[in-house]
Design a protein around this ligand. Structure first.
Ligand code: HEM
Ligand code: HEM
Length: 123
């Protein structure tokens, strides 16, 4: 799971930096929230997940870690697609975007629980 978080993370930095260069070159910065969250929720967060699960492999074996992975990766992907559609001028997607953002939030709660469980005294 650590490998997949790290591998997916670098795909997001390619997309995020690609969009950043495009924004800089074109002078059209309108997609900056997509750029920011591709880089931060895509690359930064997923790299940290990957490094955490690499440092504490037992954490990656838990059911909650699997829920974290399978909730976060698809929900974040859909969130970025919907965010792009929103900033291309389609406000109607906002409620669905909200639902997927909540799912991403729930995935972070799973991760937070895994971190607490594997960094306490017993660990
Ligand atoms: C070659 C790499 C990059 C380029 C060319 C680039 C370019 C840009 C541009 C043109 C903007 C819009 C600025 C504005 O209109 O306010 C922007 C905003 C932003 N970028 Fe990048 N970026 C790059 C890499 C990154 C990386 C690696 C991250 C994060 C890890 C990042 C995070 C952000 C954030 C958070 C914003 C929004 C800042 C704000 O709220 O004003 N960028 N970037
Ligand atoms: C489900 C998770 C998240 C949601 C729903 C969310 C939502 C938002 C929203 C609505 C904005 C304001 C956009 C605007 O109109 O300018 C924003 C901005 C920002 N968020 Fe997030 N965010 C999330 C996670 C994160 C995380 C994890 C980070 C950092 C690691 C982050 C960093 C930023 C930054 C730097 C900005 C300012 C740049 C921008 O406006 O795009 N966000 N976020």
């Amino acid at each position: 799971m650590s490998n997949w978080f790290l591998r997916i993370a670098v795909l997001y930095i390619i997309a995020g930096v690609g969009l950043g260069i495009f924004m800089g070159a074109s002078g059209d910065h309108s997609m900056y929230p997509v750029h920011a969250h591709l880089n931060l929720l895509g690359f930064v967060a997923m790299t940290l997940f990957g490094l955490f699960y690499r440092m504490i492999p037992a954490a990656a074996e838990t059911m909650l870690a699997k829920v974290h992975f399978w909730l976060y990766v698809p929900a974040h992907f859909v969130q970025m697609v919907l965010l792009t559609i929103l900033y291309r001028g389609h406000p109607a997607v906002e409620p669905v975007l909200g639902v997927f953002s909540i799912l991403v939030g729930v995935a972070f709660l799973c991760f937070a629980t895994v971190v607490w469980r594997h960094t306490g005294k017993a660990a």
